[in-house]
Design a protein around this ligand. Sequence first.
Ligand SMILES: Cc1ncc(C[n+]2csc(CCOP(=O)(O)OP(=O)(O)O)c2C)c(N)n1
Length: 319
Amino acid sequence: MKTDRAKLLQTMLTIRRFEEKAAEMYARGKIHGFLHLYIGQEAVATGAIAALHDDDYLVTHYREHGHALARGLDPNRVMAELFGKATGVTGGRGGSMHLFDVAKSFMGGYAIVAGHMPLACGLALAEQYKGTDRIAVNFIGDGAVNEGEFHEALNLASVWKLPVLFIVENNLYGMGTDIRRVSAVTEIYKRAEAYAMHAVQVDGMDVNAMFDATARIAERVRSGGGPAFLEAICYRFRGHSMSDPEFYRHKDEVEHWRRLDPIARLKSQMLSDGALSDEEFDRMQQTAEEIASEAARFAEESPEPALETLHDHVYKERA
Ligand SMILES: Cc1ncc(C[n+]2csc(CCOP(=O)(O)OP(=O)(O)O)c2C)c(N)n1
């Protein structure tokens, strides 16, 4: 499997610009509630998802705009969901943390830390039962690893040899808490080894490394090798959510990681290889800008969900 680096770069640029636009819309009061930006971590979703089959299930955490865009969900409908509009991917009912698109095998973003891990195992179990080669890929944050579901999911996945790939985005913080303050074992992949699971650690700021590692490990899972675990070391450049005053990390640390920006890194690699020109890069940025602006326009002009649909999709449809 070979990477198309220009495509990876375009995807990362689009995610970055889309999220900057979302932040702007939040500041203007167009988006309410929580908004967790993925800025800095683009290489993880972009590299990993490009290495999967289009129908492999994705089950992700609440910082999931990047995963949705990398999977090819319509940016207009993703932005409309952030706005709570009827044209959103869940009709404006889910918002930022609950994007969903069955047609894209995107089985949702989940707000309960680690609560989605058993769901990914269930999807994998169903495919194992049906005998397909479809796998379930479960993105989690490092905050998930001390939750009970983490251990239950890893244990059963291993016992039942489920076709599930866990990808932990270890961005070193769970809200404002440094992983070293709450985890006895901070090299998270080692915990998966304790459940007899093939596990690797990868530089999550390097989209090529993410692509290669995922392609290899997903193939192993797909061909009956049982569950596997990938720990991506990464960093979020913004706060936990839009309302985070960010008192918990030193600006030198943030600066250090900003120098490892996955977009700048791939860009300079491609420029020095002669695989990209400055003009081509400008055009890619322009494309990202157009996608983000169009998404905001579409969301803004979309209708609110109709009041009479307030009770739809709650428990059961009324007769
Ligand atoms: C079960 C549960 N406990 C607590 C919370 C509150 N909470 C929301 S986000 C978060 C931190 C999660 O950190 P991490 O998984 O590392 O994800 P990141 O925000 O770093 O991407 C917590 C504790 C929650 N949503 N669910």
